[in-house]
Write a protein that binds this ligand. Structure first.
Ligand SMILES: [Zn+2]
Length: 219
């Protein structure tokens, strides 16, 4: 795959999957972690000291839209990130600085990340749940599966692909799909852990709001 930057509209005006233009939009909040890491926009509290005459006081987050395609059912974020923004989001993926900032906005993320890195203990239960619906052996594409350590059906698959941008080597048997961006993988693999630059955690825990407050309404 070419690493040449791809031109994208800033705000999607068509389905990112099928190109359809029958779309429904629902107001949403961009994950505070993403807004901070990509744009440097941290949530703020607006109070009287701002001196605004037409804006109500309260918490301000970066807004966006959840978009639903009526043609294919794809549900996606209307903001389309540029290549530099994607690099800002994913460089040093799940390394010290990334994890500290995300844990600031999503308390418990670092601990959950450690658990996932060590390997979850309930893969047999996942496989038992899925088995009645699958013709074994299966071909597996684990999207965002890190090293593949938590991928179900590893030993019952004829093809074991793991798509992930962490840059970590896959476990034995895991194959990286060729569609992955070589530059991102290389950058993440080469990044070293750096001290945390995350601000101290607020007394008020942030809740992650990556999806719309309500599902898209029917037309
Ligand atoms: Zn679509």
């Amino acid at each position: 795959m070419s690493d040449k930057p791809v031109a994208r509209p800033r705000i999607a005006d068509a389905c990112i999957c099928c190109g359809g233009q029958s779309l429904e939009k629902s107001p949403a909040i961009l994950m505070p972690f993403v807004a901070h890491r990509v744009f440097g926009w941290a949530p703020v509290e607006i109070d009287d000291s701002w001196g605004l005459r037409t804006i109500l006081n309260g918490n301000a987050y970066s807004i966006c839209n959840s978009v639903s395609c009526l043609d294919c059912g794809m549900l996606f974020l209307d903001i389309r990130f540029s290549d530099p923004e994607m690099e800002a989001l994913y460089s040093g993926y799940r390394q010290a600085e990334y994890t500290a900032l995300r844990d600031h906005y999503e308390p418990g993320y670092a601990e959950r990340n450690d658990t996932l890195n060590q390997g979850i203990g309930f893969i047999p239960e996942i496989e038992a749940f899925l088995t009645p619906f699958l013709p074994l052996p299966v071909r597996v594409l684990d999207w965002g599966g890190d090293t593949g350590i938590n991928t179900p059906f590893k030993s019952a698959s004829t093809l074991f692909h793991v798509y992930d941008i962490s840059g970590k080597p896959g476990i034995a048997g895991a194959v990286r799909p060729r569609c992955m961006r070589a530059s991102t993988i290389k950058a993440n693999a080469a990044s070293s852990s750096r001290p945390s630059a995350a601000p101290s955690r607020s007394a008020q825990p942030w809740r992650c709001c990556s999806s719309s407050a309500s599902p898209p309404r029917a037309a």
